[in-house]
Design a protein around this ligand. Structure first.
Ligand SMILES: Cc1cc2nc3c(=O)[nH]c(=O)nc-3n(C[C@H](O)[C@H](O)[C@H](O)COP(=O)(O)OP(=O)(O)OC[C@H]3O[C@@H](n4cnc5c(N)ncnc54)[C@H](O)[C@@H]3O)c2cc1C
Length: 394
C-alpha cells in the first residue's frame, strides 16, 4: 500500500498532523497501536492558546461542550501552603480547560479520519526500512495481520516514554533521578472548579484540575529512587506509595481528595524524557514528544503536540514529497519554527522543575510564592500559556 505520508501514533501530535496533511489532499495513513478510547498519563489541561487551533481542526465546538470548567486561577500546594493567583489571559479566547485524553484523542483521530486519513488501529509500527532516497517502508502489525506501508514521508508521533525498535525511539534509560509519571481520576473532589494548583512534594511535582463531568485529574512525576525508598519503607504498589506520599506531603491535596472516590485505576508511565530533539533525523520527521518535551510541571505537552503537528503540516504545504531536497528544505523550515515556538517554555520548565525537585528549592517555593504571588502568573506566561500559534496556515 502506498501513501504520501505515514504517521506513527495517534496522540494529539499525530492526529493533528494527519488531519492537516489530509486536508492538503495528501494520501495519509495514521497508525495507532492502542484501541480508543484509552486513558493516558497526562494532566489533561489544554491552554487557551490552542482554542483557535482546535477550531481550525474542526473539534473546537465538541471540545467546548465536553471540557471541564475554565481554569482562571493557578496555585501552588506545597506542604501546608496553598497559594493562588489569577491565570494570565491568552488574548480574547477565554481560558484553558481540561478534557480526558480518553475523549480528546478520540475526537482528534475521528476528525483526521473525516478529513480523509486512513486509520490503522490497533496496529503497531514495528519497523521503518529505507528503500531508496524517496521511499520508506513502515511495517505495521496487529494481533493477526502484518502490512507494509510505502511512503516518502514518515512522521514519528509515537511519544517518547516507551522504548522500541524504530530509529525514532529514544534509547532505554534507567537512572535513579528518572522521573516516573502517575495519574488518577477522582470523583466528588473538593477542588475549586476554576483552580489548577501545582503540587510540590519531596522527590516530585504534580498538578490537579477538574476535567469533564466534574472528574478530577491528578497527575504527577516522582523520582525513581524516591519511589523505591518509599516502597521499601512502607510496601504496597507504586501507585499506593505515590498516593500516600502526596496526601501526606500536601495539605491542599488532602483537602481536595481526602473524601473523593478514586475513579478507575492509577496509571503509570515513563520515565519521561524532557529535552529538545531533532525535528528531522534519519529521514524521519518527528512531532509532539518525539521532537521535544517540556517537564510536565507547566502542563504544555498537549499544546506542543498539537502545535508541532500543525507546524509540520504547514512546512510541508505545497512540497513535492517525492523530491528529497524539497523534503529537506521543509524539514529546515519546520525545525526553525519549532524552536521559535517552544524552546523558551522547555527551558523555563526545566528551571522550574529543578527548583521543585531540589529539597531546599521546594522548601523555599511556598514562602516565596506566598510573598510574591505575581510569580505564578509570570511562570504561567513563561510556560507558553499566553503564546498562541498565530496565523500559520496549512
Ligand atoms: C504526569 C504528566 C502530566 C501531564 N500533564 C499535562 C497537561 O496537563 N497538559 C498538557 O498539555 N500536557 C501534559 N503532559 C504532557 C502530555 O501528556 C504529552 O506531552 C502529550 O501526550 C504528547 O503528545 P504526543 O502526541 O506527542 O504523544 P502521545 O500522547 O504519547 O501519543 C503517542 C501515541 O502513539 C501511540 N504509539 C506509540 N508507539 C506506537 C507504535 N510503535 N505504533 C503505533 N502507535 C504507537 C501511542 O499509543 C499513543 O496513542 C503531562 C505529562 C505527564 C507525564
Amino acid at each position: 500500500m502506498s501513501y504520501d505520508v505515514v504517521v506513527i501514533g495517534a496522540g494529539p501530535a499525530g492526529s493533528c498532523a494527519a488531519l492537516a496533511l489530509a486536508r492538503q489532499g495528501r494520501m495519509v495513513a495514521i497508525v495507532e497501536k492502542a484501541e480508543f478510547p484509552r486513558r493516558k498519563v497526562c494532566g489533561e489541561f489544554i491552554s487557551a492558546t490552542n482554542i483557535a487551533l482546535l477550531d481550525r481542526l474542526g473539534v473546537g465546538e465538541k471540545w467546548r461542550k465536553k471540557a471541564g470548567p475554565e481554569v482562571r486561577r493557578v496555585g501552588l500546594f506545597a506542604g501546608d501552603r496553598c497559594v493562588t493567583a489569577a491565570m494570565p489571559p491568552a488574548g480574547d479566547r477565554g481560558y484553558g480547560r481540561a478534557l480526558g485524553r480518553d475523549i480528546l484523542d478520540n475526537l482528534l483521530l475521528a476528525a483526521a479520519r473525516e478529513a480523509g486519513a486512513t486509520v490503522f488501529q490497533p496496529f503497531r509500527a514495528t519497523d521503518i526500512i529505507f528503500a531508496g532516497e524517496n521511499a520508506s517502508i513502515v511495517r505495521i502489525a496487529s494481533r493477526d495481520r502484518e502490512l507494509e506501508l510505502q511512503t516518502p514521508v514518515v512522521i514519528a508521533a509515537h511519544g517518547s516514554w516507551e522504548p522500541g525498535g524504530l530509529p525514532s525511539h529514544l534509547p532505554k534509560r534507567n537512572h535513579p533521578s528518572d522521573l516516573l509519571g502517575f495519574k488518577a481520576h477522582f470523583r466528588r473532589s473538593a477542588l475549586p472548579a476554576d483552580l489548577m494548583p501545582l503540587l510540590v512534594f519531596p522527590g516530585g511535582y504534580g498538578g490537579m484540575v477538574i476535567a469533564h463531568n466534574g472528574r478530577l485529574s491528578l497527575s504527577c512525576c516522582i523520582r525513581r529512587d524516591r519511589l523505591a525508598e518509599m516502597r521499601r519503607a512502607q510496601g504496597g504498589s507504586a501507585a499506593e506509595a505515590v498516593h500516600r506520599h502526596i496526601m501526606a506531603s500536601c495539605k491542599g491535596v488532602r483537602e481536595a481528595i481526602g473524601h473523593a472516590l478514586l475513579d478507575g485505576q492509577w496509571l503509570a508511565a515513563g520515565p519521561i524524557r524532557p529535552g529538545i530533539r531533532p525535528c528531522f533525523a534519519d529521514g524521519i520527521f518527528r512531532a509532539g514528544n518525539c521532537a521535544g518535551e517540556s517537564h510536565p510541571i507547566i502542563a504544555e505537552g498537549i499544546s506542543m503536540a498539537l502545535q508541532s503537528g500543525w507546524l509540520l503540516a504547514a512546512a510541508l504545504t505545497g512540497v513535492d514529497v517525492h523530491d528529497h531536497s524539497a523534503r529537506e528544505a521543509a524539514a529546515k523550515l519546520y525545525s526553525a519554527a519549532w524552536l521559535r515556538q517552544f524552546s523558551t517554555r522547555i527551558h523555563a520548565a526545566a528551571a522550574f522543575a529543578a527548583v521543585a525537585l531540589n529539597p531546599a528549592g521546594a522548601q523555599a517555593m511556598g514562602p516565596l510564592v506566598g510573598l510574591l504571588p505575581g510569580i505564578l502568573p509570570l511562570g504561567a506566561a513563561l510556560s507558553g500559556k499566553t503564546k498562541a500559534l498565530g496565523s500559520v496556515s496549512v
